[in-house]
Design a protein around this ligand. Structure first.
Ligand SMILES: CC(C)(COP(=O)(O)OP(=O)(O)OC[C@H]1O[C@@H](n2cnc3c(N)ncnc32)[C@H](O)[C@@H]1OP(=O)(O)O)[C@@H](O)C(=O)NCCC(=O)NCCS
Length: 183
């Protein structure tokens, strides 16, 4: 498992807590937060947000790590990494609340988690992100941490009621450490 807490220049990644529910619930209501994501329907009830947080808290940390991305202990987003094939491959996902988009927070958090994962697991060969092809912000984050576009899975995911393509971005160990690391 990766460290429970990761500190970067401006952020602290730490486990979610039940006391985060109101803060997280407020920013998840923004429709643009889930516009390109599979399986997320807004509006959510506060109980549904609490279930999401509960799943984050109860996660099997050997195979999945989830952190709240915080500034002065207040969550501004979340980031997760799932490991498979005995920690040889991983998939990463991230979100930042809309009020602070474009300030480099997703890039900073993702860069730190990619770094931590490659350092912790010597056999880890690739970390990938699956991204809706129109999710320009997410594509920029992936590129900024050194991921390359490997291809696009056609009609692969269900976003709202629409079947959508999914672009696969990945960084291989051979390309790490990344060009832009802010830790
Ligand atoms: C995608 C997301 C995480 C980006 O977070 P962020 O903190 O704004 O990202 P950053 O500030 O690190 O931005 C990285 C780059 O993308 C650019 N960018 C951010 N949002 C953008 C947008 N909507 N359109 C175009 N470019 C965008 C930034 O300007 C920055 O560019 P630069 O590297 O040239 O400076 C955020 O928009 C989000 O949470 N979206 C909803 C959830 C989601 O889609 N998650 C991704 C799932 S694959």
């Amino acid at each position: 498992m990766l460290a429970e807490e990761i500190t970067t220049e401006r952020l602290k990644l730490r486990p979610f807590r039940f006391s985060d529910v109101p803060e997280v619930h407020a920013y998840l209501q923004e429709p643009d937060m889930s516009r390109f994501l599979e399986g997320s329907a807004v509006p959510l009830t506060e109980a549904e947000t609490a279930k999401i947080i509960a799943r984050h808290i109860l996660v099997d940390r050997e195979h999945r790590n989830v952190w709240a991305i915080t500034i002065q202990d207040i969550p501004v987003g979340g980031i997760s990494v799932n490991f498979a094939k005995e920690h040889r491959i991983a998939e990463i996902g991230y979100s930042i609340k809309k009020a602070v988009w474009g300030m480099g927070f997703a890039t900073e958090a993702t860069s730190a988690v990619v770094h931590a994962a490659f350092e912790r697991y010597p056999d880890l060969q690739r970390i990938q992100a699956n991204i809706h092809p129109q999710n320009k912000g997410s594509i920029r984050v992936a590129e900024s941490v050194g991921m390359d576009h490997e291809g696009t899975l056609r009609s692969y995911s269900l976003v709202g009621n629409e079947v959508a393509d999914e672009a696969v971005y990945a960084i291989l160990r051979s390309k790490w450490p990344m060009r832009r690391r802010r830790t």
